[in-house]
Design a binder for this molecule. Structure first.
Ligand SMILES: NC(=O)c1ccc[n+]([C@@H]2O[C@H](COP(=O)([O-])OP(=O)(O)OC[C@H]3O[C@@H](n4cnc5c(N)ncnc54)[C@H](OP(=O)(O)O)[C@@H]3O)[C@@H](O)[C@H]2O)c1
Length: 203
């Protein structure tokens, strides 16, 4: 069972801009983080759209969909994504949402369920592992959630899609994540859209 995290990040280390709200889900100036994804055939297919580029970036997105058996995310990522994902969200797996505000589970079309977890990051991860089968559990975001799992050493593999953009402010991925971890490079894929870096954290 591999626990992954897979995020788009600016060259200066931000995964969202400042002033994230329900109407401004990525924060100010965050378009470069996400717009390249919207052109990918694999992503469009999962959103119920046709067309798009069938390129190496699209293959990497498909690899994530195929490899992921359950997802953990924070309530801010859920709240800002809920409307956009609609009735048939792209995950098609169980999703566990960390929150201090419990609510009943939701069953969506296509195999996505949202279960709201209020008893901590270990509980959410254990619940995700229990249903992921032989596939990965992905800690999908946002910053606060991934940071908590990074700090406790619970993430095995981290893939960063580094986009050629500077945000200068917003949510930084590695704030509060201490030094001292042994990190092994696994793969570098370089395309005109992003540099895709995969690392493994050694125990
Ligand atoms: N670049 C990327 O690839 C990427 C990927 C995903 C998300 N994002 C971006 O990340 C941003 C959101 O990140 P974020 O750091 O603000 O928020 P987040 O991690 O999505 O959610 C944080 C919220 O989740 C709940 N939560 C987190 N840990 C908890 C715990 N241990 N126990 C109980 N509840 C807990 C709390 O909500 P409550 O107290 O309200 O319940 C907390 O305020 C969005 O802009 C999104 O677009 C970017």
């Amino acid at each position: 069972m591999t626990v992954t995290a897979d995020l788009a990040i600016s060259l200066d280390g931000y995964i969202a801009g400042p002033h994230v709200t329900l109407d401004n889900p990525g924060g100010d100036g965050a378009e470069p983080l996400f717009e390249w994804i919207h052109s990918l055939a694999s992503w469009r297919e999962r959103q119920g759209m046709t067309g798009g580029e069938d390129n190496r970036d699209s293959d990497l997105m498909r690899e994530w969909f195929d490899a992921t058996g359950a997802v953990v995310m924070g309530r801010m990522m859920y709240d800002t994504g809920e409307e956009f994902w609609g009735d048939n969200p792209p995950f098609r797996t169980p999703v566990f949402v960390l929150t201090h505000r419990p609510r009943p589970a939701l069953v969506k079309e296509g195999g996505t369920t949202f279960t709201f977890v209020s008893d901590g990051i270990h509980s959410a991860l254990d619940q995700a592992k229990a249903v992921a089968g032989d596939r990965n559990v992905d800690i999908a975001g946002g910053a606060s959630t991934v940071q908590q799992y990074l700090r406790t050493g619970l993430i095995d593999e981290l893939q960063l899609h580094v986009v050629p953009a500077l945000l200068a402010e917003g949510l930084r991925l590695f704030d509060g994540v201490g030094p001292g971890r042994r990190i092994q490079p696994v793969r570098v894929v370089d395309t005109p859209l992003a540099v895709h870096l995969k690392y493994r954290f050694l125990k």
